[in-house]
Design a protein around this ligand. Structure first.
Ligand code: 5GP
Ligand code: SF4
Ligand code: MG
Length: 455
C-alpha cells in the first residue's frame, strides 16, 4: 500500500490526490482521501484506481480543509471489498479519527480475539482497525499517548497516518519495514510512502521518518518528533529496492534506480554468460538489465515491449486472468532476438509463470538461446510484513531446486543474485529484512493460517 498526508495547505485534498497518483504502483485495488476542515472529517473512497475514483473535480468540493490523508490499497486474497477501503474513519467519544496504513500486523488475530471478548465490534476485516480499537480503549489521556500505547501492543510492519479535526500524526514502526518520508510545501508539511510523491507536488524532501519515530503536526505549523518505542535495530524491507518502490524514489538513504542498476551489475559479476543481447522484463527488470549489460559488455535492447494500458498482471485476482495477462502485456521485437543468444533479466520469480511464458515468447521470436537472470535471490518464503507474496506452496523456489526451476521455465540457464550480492548492491551498511529470501524473519510470526489480511 501507499500513504500520503499533507498538513496545513489550502489545497490539501487536491495535493493528496496527486500524491496518491504518484504512489499508484503501491496499490491498485482501491483508494481514498479523508480531509479535515478543522471541525470535522470528510471522506471519499472507493474501489478502483486513483484517476477513476478522483476523476471528477466535484469530489474535491466534498473534501474541504487544510489537511488530508490518503491511501492506495494493494490487493490480498479475499480482502478486495468496499468496506476495507482506507483511510478508515471513525467517530468515538473524543471526536473523529481517520487512519491510513501501509504494512501488515502479525499479532492482529490475537489482539482482535481479545478485543472482541471485551465487546469490540469490528466493521472491517483489516488489521488496521485493531489500532483504532486499541487507542479507543487506552487509559492514557492525550491522543499521542493513546497512539503510542496502542502501537506498543501491536507487532508488525506499519507506516501510519492519523488525521483528526486538528492534527496529523505519522508513525513508522521500530523495524522501519516500509519507507516513509517527510517533506515541506510552503507552510505545510507532507508525509509520503515514497519521495516520488513529493517530487510530483514540488514539495522539498526534508528527511525520512526514522524507524520508531512519531511525528505530530499541530495547528501552529510546528512538528514534534517522538520516539515512543523501545529502540531496536531497524530492518527495512530489501524487496522495496528489488521491486516494489518506484526507481525515481529515494528510500532508506538510497536512490532506488541506482540500487537496481547495481543489482544488475552484481548479477553479471556472479553469473556471466556468453550472449549477444541483454533484454529486460519491463518495467521492473529494466534498471537491473541495464546494469547487467554494462557490466557484462553486452548490448542492452528493449526486446520486450510493454502495453502500458494493462495493469500489473500479478494483481489480477483469478489464475486464469494472470496467465492471460503476460500475453496481453508484453510482445517481443523479433528483429532484435532472431538467431541471438539472449539474456533475459527480471527482478524476481514468484510462481514461475511469468518467466515460463517469457522464455517461450523470446524463443518463439527466434532466439537461439535464452538465459534467465534474476536480480534477487530465490523467493522461498512468504512475506508477513505488507508485501503480497503467495503462501509457501505457490512459491516455486520453496519446493524446487535451481535446475528444476530452470527446466520448468525452459531456459538454457538460470541464475539468481546471491544474498550477499543483494546486500552489497544496496551500498548500505545497516541491516535489512530479507525474510522472503532467507526465512530469517525479524519478528516472530504466528502460524500462516493465523495471519490476517493486510492493510
Ligand atoms: P511469477 O509469474 O513468477 O509469479 O511472477 C514474477 C513477476 O511478478 C516478476 O516479473 C515480478 O516483477 C513480479 N512481482 C514480484 N513480486 C510482485 C509483487 O509483490 N507484486 C506484483 N504486482 N508483482 C510482483
Ligand atoms: Fe520485504 Fe521480503 Fe521482508 Fe517482506 S519478507 S518485508 S518483502 S524483505
Ligand atoms: Mg515484473
Amino acid at each position: 500500500c501507499g500513504v500520503f498526508g499533507i498538513y496545513g495547505h489550502p489545497e490539501a485534498a487536491n495535493l493528496t490526490y496527486l500524491g496518491l497518483y504518484a504512489l499508484q504502483h503501491r496499490g491498485q485495488e482501491s483508494c481514498g482521501i479523508v480531509s479535515s476542515d478543522g471541525t470535522g472529517l470528510h471522506a471519499h473512497k472507493r474501489m478502483g484506481l486513483v484517476a477513476d475514483v478522483f476523476g471528477n473535480q466535484k469530489v474535491f468540493e466534498k473534501l474541504p480543509g487544510k489537511s488530508a490523508i490518503g491511501h492506495v490499497r494493494y490487493s490480498t486474497a479475499g480482502a478486495s471489498v468496499e468496506k476495507n477501503v482506507q483511510p478508515i474513519m471513525v467517530d468515538y467519544s473524543r471526536g473523529s479519527i481517520a487512519v491510513a496504513h501501509n504494512g501488515n500486523l502479525v499479532n492482529a488475530n490475537l489482539l482482535k480475539a481479545e478485543l472482541e471478548a471485551y465487546g469490540s465490534i469490528f466493521q472491517t476485516t483489516m488489521d488496521t482497525e485493531i489500532i483504532i480499537h486499541l487507542l479507543a480503549i487506552s487509559r492514557t489521556h492525550s491522543l499521542v499517548e493513546r497512539i503510542g500505547d496502542a502501537l506498543n501492543r501491536v507487532k508488525g510492519a506499519y507506516c501510519l497516518l492519523f488525521l483528526t479535526e486538528s492534527r496529523m500524526i505519522a508513525v513508522r514502526d521500530p523495524h522501519g519495514f516500509r519507507p516513509l518520508c517527510l517533506g515541506k510545501l510552503g507552510d505545510g508539511w507532507v508525509v509520503a510512502s515514497e519521495s516520488c510523491a513529493l517530487d510530483l507536488i514540488e514539495a522539498t524532501f526534508v528527511r525520512e521518518v526514522e524507524p520508531g519515530e512519531m511525528l505530530v503536526f499541530t495547528k501552529d505549523g510546528q512538528m514534534q518528533s517522538l520516539f515512543p518505542f523501545k529502540k531496536i535495530e531497524p530492518t527495512p524491507c530489501v524487496f522495496e529496492f528489488v521491486y516494489f518502490a518506484r526507481p525515481d524514489s529515494n528510500i532508506f538513504g538510497r536512490n532506488v534506480y541506482q540500487v537496481r542498476k547495481e543489482l544488475g551489475r552484481q548479477l553479471a559479476r556472479e553469473y556471466q554468460v556468453d550472449a549477444d543481447v541483454v533484454i529486460a522484463v519491463p518495467d521492473s527488470g529494466v534498471p537491473a538489465a541495464m546494469g547487467y549489460a554494462e557490466q557484462a559488455g553486452i548490448p542492452f535492447e528493449l526486446g520486450l515491449i510493454r502495453n502500458h494500458y494493462v495493469g500489473r498482471t500479478f494483481i489480477e485476482p483469478a489464475q486464469a486472468i494472470r496467465h492471460f495477462g503476460v500475453k496481453i502485456k508484453l510482445n517481443p521485437v523479433r528483429e532484435l532476438l532472431e538467431g541471438k543468444r539472449v539474456v533475459v533479466i527480471d527482478d524476481s520469480i514468484v510462481r514461475g509463470t511469468t518467466s515460463r511464458k517469457i522464455v517461450k515468447m523470446v524463443r518463439n521470436a527466434g532466439a537461439k538461446e535464452v538465459h534467465m537472470r534474476i536480480s534477487s535471490p530465490p523467493t522461498s518464503y512468504p512475506c508477513f510484513y505488507g508485501i503480497d507474496t503467495p503462501n509457501r506452496k505457490e512459491l516455486i523456489s520453496s519446493s524446487h531446486t535451481l535446475d528444476e526451476i530452470r527446466r520448468y521455465i525452459t531456459a538454457d540457464s538460470l541464475g539468481y543474485l546471491s544474498e550477499e550480492g543483494l546486500i552489497k548492491a544496496t551500498g548500505l551498511k545497516h541491516s535489512f529484512c530479507t525474510a522472503c529470501f532467507t526465512g530469517d524473519y525479524p519478528i516472530n510470526f504466528p502460524m500462516p493460517s493465523q495471519v490476517p489480511q493486510m492493510g
